[in-house]
Design a protein around this ligand. Sequence first.
Ligand SMILES: NC(=O)c1ccc[n+]([C@@H]2O[C@H](COP(=O)([O-])OP(=O)(O)OC[C@H]3O[C@@H](n4cnc5c(N)ncnc54)[C@H](O)[C@@H]3O)[C@@H](O)[C@H]2O)c1
Length: 261
Amino acid sequence: MGKGDNGGVMSGKTAVVMGVANEWSIAWAIAKAMAGAGASLAVTCLDERAKRATDALAAKLPGTRVYQVNVEADEELDAFAATLKSDLGQVDALVHAIAYAPAAELKGRFLETSRDGFRLSHSISVYSLIAAAQRVVPLMTDGGSITTLTYLGSERVFPKYNVMGVAKAALEASVRYLAADLGEQRIRVNAISAGPISTASARGIPGFSTMRESLEDRMPMASAFTADQVGSTAVFLASDGAAAITGETLFVDGGYHVMGM
Ligand SMILES: NC(=O)c1ccc[n+]([C@@H]2O[C@H](COP(=O)([O-])OP(=O)(O)OC[C@H]3O[C@@H](n4cnc5c(N)ncnc54)[C@H](O)[C@@H]3O)[C@@H](O)[C@H]2O)c1
């Protein structure tokens, strides 16, 4: 893959963005922003259905590679890492935009969380960041940046977000521990805490529209809140301008999280 060179802040960098399902995916907004900033791109998706949709999207960003990876399968992660090594050689930025909780866990009271639901949501939404980092860090031979996506439900209670809130708290703690491990390799690890955005996953949370309405009512910023704003923040975190930022959770929510009422 030729390295991007359009004079943007990611010019000459290679980026791997995990978690594209369709055009509404935050991963896709980030991929578009990174390509616009000059990065050479590889994106991942879960299954064949998502691969068809992602291939069609990737055709709009010439040179973008698409890989199919289920983060629950170690052999798929290993094969992915080997392919990345032969296709890209070196990686500068990894974005992890993957989460899942069974629908049953997002319905009732948090008290009713099942052992299996807890395990699966933490494995897909938290451990996958660590599993991906284990494979991609060896390709970050000239330093790098790892960014994941989290939500305010990690520190405040949003009805029905339930086990996902606990998983996001573990994800944010994982960011801090990975940052401490990887600083000596000049690899930074951060989270973007995005406000509610209408994606396939978000629409699966029964309280989602109330979350979005609450944001629109209360956020200090008068302008609309969009996935593209998350994309441009991901570009900043992956760029040299963020060279001293690591272990951080950066809110991209129009300022909603600072409000008391
Ligand atoms: N949409 C929001 O309001 C919002 C707000 C804050 C944070 N986030 C976070 O952003 C990230 C991306 O979510 P999104 O809203 O773009 O939804 P999305 O549904 O477009 O993306 C979620 C992705 O996770 C993938 N995934 C699930 N299980 C997987 C597995 N086993 N292996 C590989 N991939 C798997 C899905 O295929 C999908 O591509 C998630 O971490 C989500 O929690 C979303």
